[in-house]
Structure formats: structure tokens, C-alpha cells
Design a protein around this ligand. Structure first.
Ligand SMILES: CC(C)(COP(=O)(O)OP(=O)(O)OC[C@H]1O[C@@H](n2cnc3c(N)ncnc32)[C@H](O)[C@@H]1OP(=O)(O)O)[C@@H](O)C(=O)NCCC(=O)NCCS
Length: 179
């Protein structure tokens, strides 16, 4: 998968020190645990409660056993650093890829890993894309607008969904595989 080059001598967290790949079954439990951290991180804007086992919980197995579900992971010198989950449940149109969950662990943020992971996923899955952010996730909105604008050369449309079970901003665009 494609990666963005960085200068590891100047920044120990430079993107060139990360490995981005399609997740394997062995990554399921680490991703599940990163999802727990992510769900807690966003729990002030994404209302969820822990269950009787002290977990938020997430139906993750389908990312390995169901067509149309795909998981990606990034590691930094072998340590888990980020993940992306893609499924077909778009909110605006009738088909395409939906970025269901996307997270960079706090230590690795603002070093370009999120952008590199997003680009790798878009390049791996060319076609029609929808990416959404909850209304109060202002950091994610800034991140995705920048990443998608750069990736599409500004050729995307943004929708503001205010009714129905899922509400938020959705960027819609076409991805072609990078040469
Ligand atoms: C949003 C998130 C994925 C960004 O990951 P990241 O690795 O820090 O992003 P990058 O370093 O690649 O940032 C690329 C650009 O996006 C923008 N950006 C990233 N984080 C931002 C923030 N918190 N506030 C404003 N802009 C931000 C900046 O323009 C940044 O470029 P710069 O650092 O040169 O200014 C990460 O903060 C995260 O996992 N947040 C919690 C989970 C979440 O909200 N996921 C998205 C759900 S839709």
C-alpha cells in the first residue's frame, strides 16, 4: 500500500516510520482494544456507556467474515498506532465506500499518519467514497476537509445531514488509484 515519505532523522514519528497495511485476523483483538480507547476518547460527543463487562463493545468480526467490510491498520516500528474500518453503508448515495471508523492513537497524532492512512485506504479502494463526521467532532471535520481536498484536488461535495438516525457532515468524492 502507498505511504507518504517523511524525514525520520528529523522526526522520530515521521510517517516513513509507519507501516500501513490491510488488517489480518491477528489484528482483530488489537483493533478491538484500540476501538475501546477511541470510543472513550470521543465519549463526550458520542454518547455511549460501558456494558456489564466494562466495555463499549463493537461488532468487529464482520470486518473479516463479511463481503464489503475492510479493516486497515498502521504500526510504528511494530507498535499499533492507528486503524481504519470501511463498510458499504453510505449515507448520501446508494453505493460506495463509507469510512466507518478511523483513529490515530494520541501519541502519534499531528505527524501526518492520519493523512497517510487515509490516502492508503483511498488508493486501495478506488471508486465512490463517503466520509462522515459527527456534528461536534470539529477536529475530525478539519482533518477530513484538508485530507479530502488535497486528495481530490478540491473535487468533492459536502452534505450536512440533519435528520435520520445518523447526522453530521459527509464529504462525497471519487477516488482513482494513484499511479
Ligand atoms: C482526526 C485524526 C484522525 C487526525 O489524525 P492525525 O494523524 O493527527 O492527522 P494528521 O497529522 O495527518 O493531520 C493532517 C492535517 O489535518 C488537520 N488536522 C488534524 N488534526 C486536527 C485537529 N485536531 N484540529 C484541526 N485540524 C487538524 C491539520 O490540517 C493537519 O495538518 P497539520 O498538522 O500540518 O496542520 C485524529 O486526531 C484522531 O484519531 N482523532 C480521534 C478520532 C476521530 O475523531 N476520528 C475521526 C472520526 S470521523
Amino acid at each position: 500500500m502507498a505511504q507518504t515519505a517523511g524525514d525520520p532523522s528529523r522526526d522520530p514519528l515521521a510517517v516513513s516510520n509507519f507501516d500501513i497495511r490491510i488488517a489480518e485476523p491477528a489484528d482483530r483483538l488489537p483493533i478491538y482494544r484500540m476501538l475501546e480507547l477511541y470510543q472513550h476518547d470521543l465519549s463526550d460527543i458520542w454518547d455511549q456507556d460501558l456494558d456489564a463487562h466494562g466495555e463499549y463493545g463493537y461488532a468487529l468480526d464482520r470486518y473479516w467474515d463479511t463481503d464489503g467490510y475492510q479493516a486497515f491498520v498502521a504500526t510504528a516500528r511494530g507498535k499499533y498506532a492507528a486503524f481504519a474500518l470501511v463498510n458499504p453503508f453510505v449515507r448520501v448515495g446508494t453505493h460506495g465506500y463509507w469510512m466507518d471508523q478511523f483513529c490515530v492513537l494520541k501519541k502519534y497524532r499531528r505527524h501526518g499518519l492520519g493523512q497517510a492512512l487515509a490516502r492508503s485506504v483511498f488508493n486501495e479502494l478506488p471508486g465512490r467514497w463517503e466520509v462522515g463526521q459527527m456534528p461536534r467532532n470539529h477536529a475530525a471535520q478539519a482533518f477530513w476537509r484538508k485530507v479530502i481536498a488535497e486528495h481530490t484536488d478540491g473535487k468533492y461535495k459536502e452534505h450536512d445531514i440533519r435528520t435520520g438516525p445518523w447526522q453530521g457532515f459527509v464529504q462525497v468524492f471519487e477516488c482513482t488509484r494513484a499511479p
